[in-house]
Design a protein around this ligand. Structure first.
Ligand code: GLC
Length: 744
C-alpha cells in the first residue's frame, strides 16, 4: 500500500482556471494550500474532517463530487477542471493494456487529475466486479450469484468477496457495483443469474459478501466499497424485464425485496444503487419515499446512493435527461449520478438547479457528506493511488481453488438414475455439447465484456478439461461438440448444453425458455446410441425441459460456474457429493412464469430441491439395467401402525405429490419403507426427501440417509413429480415396512 504524504507528490501550485459547462469560472486556490488543513489530518474524526472540508468547498466542487463519468468520456484533465468525484468502467470498458498493471496505471492517471485540484479530494472508481474482477483479463471468475444461492454457503460468499476485493485492489480500483441483492421472481428476467434466488432469505444470508468486499470496516487491507443493488424490487417486475414495473403492495415489497437491503445496511454496505424498474408505476430513480424516507430514514442507511447507468434519463420516459429530471432525482435522495457521457451537461443543470433554488443546498451538502465520508473511511485521502501489492492475487491459484469449491457447492443434482457419480477408471466416456469446451459460455455475462461471449475468452478450465483431468489413465474421453461419432461402446455420454452469454435486457426471454435446437439435436444424437445420457445444464436460470428430462439418465444444473469448470467434474466423478439446493423454483413450462415457492403452481422441481450421493451406489461403470428391489423389513415385534396423508397438485399430463407418513407403532423403523400401487398408469419422474423406485405399478419410497429412521410417533414428509393419464386416483392402500396404513 503506497502511503505517501500529499505534498510528496510535488503537486505543482497552480491556478486552476477551468470553464464549467455553463461558462462560470471555477474557484481557484493553490493545491499546496490544501496541505496541513484539518480535513487532511487522519487523526481527526471523519465527521469533523467532512465538516471542515465541506466548509471549504465551492458549489462547483460539490457538484463535481456528485458526478460519475465513464472513463472513456473523460480525461485526467477533466477530473481536475470539473472536479469529478468519481469515474467508472461500464461493462467491458478497459484500458488498452487489460491487466492489473494497465488498470492501476489508468486509475493513477485519473487520480493525479483529482490530486491536482485545489482541495485534492481523491476520486473513487467504480467497476462491476460481480463474479470476480470480471473486467480485468486473467482475473478469477467465480460462479454467478444464482449458483452461490444454490450453494447456500454465506461463509463461502464472504471468502469470495474477500478474494474479489483483493483482485479489484490489485488492479488499482476501490469500488464494486456488487452484490446484486435482487430477488428474482420471474425467471424470464435477463438478470435472474445475478440474483441469489427467489426468496429474500438467501440474498440476506449472502450479504456476507459485503463484509468480504469491504472488510469488517472500510479502510482495511484491500478494502473495496460495496454496492447493494438495485434498489428496489428489480427482480419482481411483472413482465420479467429490467425496466419493468413491479406491481405489488407495499407489504409485499417490504416482505420480498427489502430484507436483503436491510441486511446489507446492517453490515455497513457503503453504497446503494437505484433500480431502473418502477414500483407501482413510479420510477425508483425518482421515488423519494423509497430512497429518502425508507432507505435513508427507516433503514438508517448513511452511505451514498448512486444512480444506475444513465438512470435519470428514464424518469420522463424520453431519451436524454433534463434539468427537471436532475432535480427530481437529487431531491428524491440520489447522491451521485452515473452520467456516463453527458456529464458536462449534468454539471451545468445541477449547478443551475441549486442556483435557482430548485435543489436546496442542504441536499447538496447531505450528498457530499455521504460521498466524502466514504472516501475518508476508505482511506483515499491518505493513500489515493493504486495499491499494487495485490496485483499478484489477480487470477491466483488460491483464488481459483476457492472458485472451484464454489463451483462444486453450487451444482444441483436434479435427476440421477444411478448413473452418477461416474467411475473414473475403465471404459469410454463421450462428451458433447456447445458448452463442454467453452469457457465463455460457462462464465456467462459480465465477463471481460458487458454481455460476455462464447469461446476461449479468458484463462481457466473448461468443463471438458475438468473431465479429462478427473479420469484415470485407463479411461478414454472423446469429445465431439455435436455428438457425432458416438456409439454403444461408451459407458456414458455427457451433454453440456444450455445458454450462451447475455446481460441485462438482452437476456430477457418473453418467449421460449427451451433448449435450442442445437442442444436438442446433440442430446438426441447421444440418446440414439443407447448409452446413459447425463445432461449438464449451463444456464443463468431454469429452462423449459420437462418434456425432455424423462429421456435423460441424469441432470445436473451447473448454472454459470465461471473459469473453474473442474468443479463440475468434481461432482460428476464423486470427488464432491452434490449439496446444492435449488434457489429458484424450476418450472414445468415457461407459461407458468412467474412461478415461485408457495404460489400453488406445480413445479418440475421445487424450490430447495437437490439430490446427493449420500448413500447412493458408488461409481458404476456398467449401470444395472434392473431397478434394485427394496428389501422388505419383517413387521417389528412391538405393535406396529402407520398413517399416511396424500395430497397432489395436478397439471396437464403430470402431477406433484406430497406425502406424509407417520409411524404410529411402538418400534423405531430404520429404514422406513412406504409402498403403494398406482392404479391409473401414473409414473414417478423424480422424488425429493426420499428415494423413490417404481417397478410396474408398484412404488417404494425409502428414507434418505438423513431421514431414514422413523421413531414411534414421528413423521416423514417427501414428494415427487410424476406423469399421469386423464385420471389420477390416490392409491387405495399403503404399507409401512409391511404394516397396513390408515389414510388421513
Ligand atoms: C448497468 C447495470 C448496473 C451496473 C451499471 C454500471 O446498466 O444495470 O448493474 O452496475 O450499469 O455498469
Amino acid at each position: 500500500m503506497h502511503i505517501r504524504p500529499l505534498a510528496a507528490y510535488g503537486v505543482a501550485a497552480a491556478l486552476i482556471a477551468g470553464i464549467g459547462a455553463a461558462g462560470a469560472a471555477l474557484t481557484t486556490t493553490t493545491p499546496a494550500a490544501a496541505a496541513g488543513l484539518p480535513y487532511q489530518d487522519p487523526a481527526r474524526p471523519v465527521a469533523d474532517r467532512v465538516t471542515d472540508l465541506l466548509a471549504r468547498m465551492s458549489l462547483d466542487e460539490k457538484v463535481g463530487q456528485m458526478t460519475q463519468a465513464e472513463r472513456a468520456s473523460a480525461t485526467a484533465a477533466d477530473v481536475t477542471t470539473y472536479r469529478l468525484g468519481s469515474l467508472l468502467s461500464g461493462g467491458g470498458s478497459a484500458p488498452a493494456q487489460n491487466n492489473a498493471a494497465g488498470w492501476a496505471d489508468m486509475y493513477d492517471a485519473f487520480q493525479r487529475g483529482a490530486m491536482a485540484t485545489p482541495l485534492q479530494i481523491p476520486m473513487i472508481y467504480g467497476i462491476d466486479a460481480v463474479h470476480g474482477d470480471n473486467n480485468v483479463y486473467g482475473s478469477t471468475i467465480f460462479p454467478h450469484n444464482i449458483g452461490l444461492g444454490a450453494a447456500r454457503d454465506p461463509e463461502l460468499a464472504q471468502q469470495i468477496g474477500r478474494a474479489t476485493a483483493e483482485e479489484v485492489t490489485g488492479a488499482g480500483l476501490d469500488w464494486t457495483f456488487a452484490p446484486c441483492l435482487c430477488v428474482a421472481r420471474n425467471d424470464r428476467w435477463g438478470r435472474t443469474y445475478e440474483s441469489f434466488g427467489e426468496k429474500p432469505e438467501i440474498a440476506s444470508a449472502m450479504t456476507t459478501i459485503v463484509t468480504g468486499f469491504q472488510g469488517s470496516t472500510l479502510g482495511g487491507p484491500a478494502s473495496v466499497l460495496a454496492t447493494a443493488k438495485h434498489y428496489l424490487g428489480d427482480g419482481g417486475t411483472t413482465n420479467g424485464t429490467d425496466q419493468g414495473n413491479t406491481q405489488i403492495s407495499e407489504s409485499e415489497l417490504r416482505a420480498i425485496h427489502l430484507p436483503p437491503f436491510q441486511a446489507a445496511v446492517d453490515r455497513g454496505v457503503g453504497s446503494v444503487m437505484i433500480s431502473y424498474s418502477s414500483w407501482n408505476g413510479v420510477k425508483s430513480h425518482g421515488n423519494k419515499y423509497l430512497i429518502t424516507d425508507l432507505l435513508k430514514g427507516e433503514l438508517g442507511f448513511t452511505g451514498l446512493v448512486v444512480s444506475d447507468w444513465a438512470g435519470i434519463d428514464q424518469l420522463d420516459g424520453r431519451s436524454g435527461f433534463t434539468q427537471a429530471e436532475v432535480v427530481q432525482a437529487i431531491n428524491a435522495g440520489l447522491d451521485m449520478i452515473m452520467v456516463p457521457n453527458d456529464w458536462k451537461t449534468f454539471i451545468g443543470y445541477l449547478r443551475a438547479a441549486v442556483q435557482a433554488g430548485q435543489i436546496p443546498m442542504s441536499r447538496i451538502d447531505d450528498a457530499n457528506r455521504r460521498i466524502l465520508t466514504k472516501k475518508f473511511e476508505l482511506g483515499l485521502f491518505e493513500h489515493p493511488y493504486a495499491d499494487r501489492s495485490y496485483a499478484a492475487t489477480v487470477g491466483s491459484a488460491a483464488h481459483r481453488t476457492l472458485a472451484r469449491q464454489a463451483v462444486r457447492e453450487s451444482q444441483v443434482l436434479l435427476k440421477n438414475n444411478d448413473v452418477l457419480p461416474l467411475a473414473k477408471t475403465g471404459g469410454k466416456i463421450f462428451v458433447a455439447g456447445k458448452s463442454a469446451d467453452d469457457i465463455g459460455n460457462q462464465s456467462g455475462g459480465w465477463t471481460l465484456s458487458w454481455q460476455g461471449a462464447s469461446g476461449n475468452t479468458v484463462p481457466g478450465t473448461t468443463i471438458l478439461q475438468g473431465i479429462r483431468n478427473a479420469v484415470g489413465g485407463g479411461t478414454t474421453v472423446t469429445y465431439q461438440r455435436d455428438g457425432n461419432g458416438i456409439d454403444g461402446s461408451y459407458r456414458a455420454a455427457i451433454a453440456v448444453v444450455g445458454e450462451t452469454p447475455y446481460a441485462e435486457g438482452q437476456g430477457d426471454r418473453p418467449g421460449s425458455m427451451s433448449l435450442d435446437s442445437t442442444d436438442l439435436a446433440t442430446i438426441n444424437r447421444l440418446r440414439a446410441a443407447g448409452v446413459p445420457v447425463i445432461v449438464v445444464l449451463v444456464s443463468g436460470r431454469p429452462l423449459d425441459i420437462a418434456a425432455e428430462v424423462p429421456n435423460w439418465s441424469a441432470l445436473l444444473a451447473a448454472w454459470l460456474p465461471g473459469t473453474e469448470g473442474a468443479g463440475v467434474a468434481d461432482v460428476l466423478f464423486g470427488d464432491y457429493a452434490p449439496t446444492g439446493k435449488l434457489p429458484v423454483t424450476w418450472m414445468q413450462s415457461a407459461g407458468q412464469q412467474p412461478i415461485n415457492d408457495g404460489d400453488g403452481k406445480a413445479a418440475l422441481y421445487p424450490y430447495g430441491f437437490g439430490l446427493t450421493y449420500a448413500d447412493g451406489p458408488g461409481p458404476d461403470p456398467t449401470p444395472s439395467p434392473s431397478i434394485t428391489p427394496t428389501p422388505t423389513t419383517p413387521p417389528p415385534s412391538g405393535s406396529a401402525g402407520c398413517q399416511v396423508a396424500w395430497t397432489t397438485n395436478d397439471w396437464g399430463t403430470g402431477f406433484s405429490a406430497n406425502v406424509t407418513v407417520t409411524n404410529t407403532g411402538t418400534t423405531t423403523l430404520n429404514p422406513w419403507s412406504l409402498q403403494w400401487t398406482f392404479t391409473a398408469g401414473q409414473s414417478v419422474i423424480q422424488g425429493w426427501s426420499a428415494r423413490i423406485t417404481q417397478s410396474g405399478a408398484a412404488v417404494t419410497a425409502t428414507g434418505e440417509s438423513w431421514n431414514a429412521s422413523l421413531p414411534p410417533g414421528a413423521s416423514a414428509t417427501f414428494g415427487f413429480n410424476a406423469t399421469r393419464g386423464s385420471a389420477n386416483p390416490a392409491p387405495s392402500s399403503f404399507t409401512l415396512n409391511g404394516t397396513p396404513c390408515t389414510v388421513r
